[in-house]
Write a new protein. Sequence first.
Length: 380
Amino acid sequence: MKKNNLHNRLHKLGKRATGIAAAAFLVLMAGACGSDFEGYIDEEIDYDTTENNANGEKIGVAMPTKDLQRWVQDGENIESHLRESGFTVDLQYANDDTALQNEQINAMVDEGCKILVIGAIDGTTLTDSLEKAKEAGAVIISYDRLIMGSDAINYYATFDNQLVGTLQGQYIVDALDLENTDGPYNIELFTGSPDDNNCNFFFGGAMEVLQPYIDEGKLVIPSGQVSKEDCSIKGWSTDIATKRMNGLLKEYYNDGKKLDAVLSSNDSVALGIADALSKNYKGDFPVLTGQDCDINSVKNILSGKQSMSIFKDTRTLASKVVEMINAIVNGDEVPVNDTTSYDNGTGIIPSLLCDPVFADKENYEEILLDSGYYTADQLK
Ligand code: BGC
């Protein structure tokens, strides 16, 4: 397809996929990101560039920060898959600076990018640049985090965020054997940045599992801090997590009270918690959850300072996003498998959800090494 045709097609595609198209494709895609490659095996995709219309078209990829290992991997994986597919790529990281991310998106639109993949820092701060992108006829895929309050968003590609929380909550239930013991066990709760829509799902998913045990009295929260607001950690900051954990230890555990479990929505927060515990808690390490399988957290899992981490294989999500982009430029149905869960305030955004799994000391070799995600040397 010549460039102009591609632009026409994108223009016609305009707003988001219709419910009918999405629903039809739901059937085809059901489980596409789930059981057929189990969420962590990189799917071998044959990027046959003779069969698509990439034609060197430039795709804008806006990622939030290089500070966290996962976003670096996300960016690199999307870029390499897109290049293999015959696209050129403008990949930008915004250093967690919302003004900079706006500028980067504006520049991508000025350069003529007609498809944008955006991992937003704060999904509510991009309205102006997204409006401009929409006016220019760009198709926008919200990546990993849903961009809220903008009708410029066409698709959402992510891992099943609710399931992330469910797996974390269930891990705590199983590790403490809450079904078969009376407890009570002490737990503290941490989630991530209040401006990240994902936290509603991470925290919500975990609390759905934990709440019955709290109601039953098997789980007790000595601090009483239980709302998402009380438990959030601005910017997913390791330092802020350390400070909050230190404060909790000082105020509620300095009489020798045992801390049995800490729910943490991700690894950068878990690192801060583990640091505070190492220095200021005398008892055995509590059950501690995480997410991303960042190297430092996997090392903590191996040394007993963290219990598990959710593994979201960035290779999988990247290849799924490239499938979506190929479908867009080829005029095919765009693969989505959820058309009910993610409303960004302007309506439901057709979503492609991949299944997360968890890694812990028992299964990390299979999940992280055998899948080729890390080498054993990297975890030393
Ligand atoms: C992502 C997590 C990540 C966190 C902090 C969330 O939106 O889904 O994987 O740990 O942001 O960057």
